[in-house]
Ligand binder design. Structure first.
Ligand code: CP
Length: 324
């Protein structure tokens, strides 16, 4: 099922065709972002609320940039100086903003399931999950897959959309680190696995979720061997704010066993790509010099946040619902 005219709460359950529709739509918006005047009127007259109840740099800025480049009016709630601090509930906050006349809500919240809850409060408004607790970060999963496809396609002199999902078929993706607390891991794995990649995960046992056997991944025993296997190494941030510190003896021990140090990076195949959603803990999950290697796609991932979020806003808000 396409996300046209629907909410985007999770990548779980989206078909390969639905994912490719988003990636291909984003590709058309890359060109818009390269113009002198980076604007199209696809969402002119529409109102998008940007509600970040949890900290963000990349996701908030790129969603707001995306909405403005599509011509929408953006209402941005500064949560720290809002009535949320006086104890106003999520439901009343959403109802208040909805009374201004909304077409879409972009929501980040520390609670898993918050975006789905908001979608029940305002069923006439399109809700886009910008990260909910440990559950999902759908646009991060999309932009990570988009960036990997873009680089692999460029190596063949092609655009991503010319390749469809073919470059993901059998692609060997290794996701490393704090899988347990990571909404990025959940969305990345859903995207890569649905598009046809083989996905493996490497983490200390304490940082694996208890239901990992139900995920479409293989858990690796030997991280160093898995690095040699991987075409893509997807690093994750060690999430101190979700209590990760209680799951590893020390940051130094985590770095020693699962950090992408310079020694480990030197053993990667030259064509292996490195991703990280940011923000990074330089010197913990990734050595600072490794993060700045040409094979590390971190800046390109951030840049691609804008066209991916333009595509998601366009498809969910402006495009008619499928079969309607
Ligand atoms: N990757 C990501 O979600 O970053 P922010 O928390 O800065 O939005």
């Amino acid at each position: 099922m396409s996300i046209r005219g629907s909410n985007l709460l999770t990548l779980g359950g989206l078909s390969r065709e639905a994912l490719l529709e988003i990636l291909d739509t984003a590709e058309s918006f890359v060109e818009v972002n390269q113009r002198t005047v980076k604007k199209v009127p696809a969402l002119k007259g529409r109102v998008v609320a940007s509600l970040f109840f949890e900290e963000s740099t990349r996701t908030r800025l790129s969603f707001e940039t995306a909405a403005k480049r599509l011509g929408a009016d953006v209402v941005s709630l500064a949560v720290a100086s809002s009535s949320v601090k006086k104890g106003e509930s999520l439901r009343d906050t959403i109802a208040t903003i909805d009374a201004l006349g909304l077409d879409a809500v972009v929501l980040r919240h520390r609670s898993s399931g918050a975006a789905e809850q908001v979608s029940r409060y305002v069923p006439h408004v399109r809700v886009i999950n910008a990260g909910d607790g440990m559950h999902q970060h759908p646009t991060q999963g999309l932009l990570d897959a988009f960036t990997v496809r873009q680089v692999l396609a460029a190596r063949r002199g092609l655009s991503g959309s010319e390749t469809g999902s073919s470059l993901f078929e059998g692609l060997r993706v290794l996701i490393v680190g704090d899988i347990r607390h990571s909404r990025v891991a959940r969305s990345d794995i859903a995207a890569y696995a649905t598009l046809g990649a083989q996905v493996r995960v490497a983490a200390p046992g304490t940082l694996l979720p208890s239901d990992i056997s139900n995920w479409p991944v293989e858990v690796v025993d030997n991280f160093d061997e898995a690095l040699e296997w991987a075409d893509v190494v997807g690093l994750l941030r060690l999430q101190q704010e979700r209590g990760t510190g209680a799951f590893v003896p020390s940051l130094e021990e985590f770095t020693f066993t699962y950090g992408l140090t310079q020694e480990r990076a030197a053993r990667l195949r030259p064509e292996t790509l490195i991703t990280h959603p940011g923000p990074m803990n330089r010197g913990v999950e990734v050595d600072s010099a490794v993060a700045d290697l040409p094979s590390a796609l971190i800046s390109q991932q951030v840049s691609n946040g804008v066209p991916i979020r333009m595509a998601v806003l366009y498809l969910t808000v402006a495009a008619p619902k499928e079969n309607s």
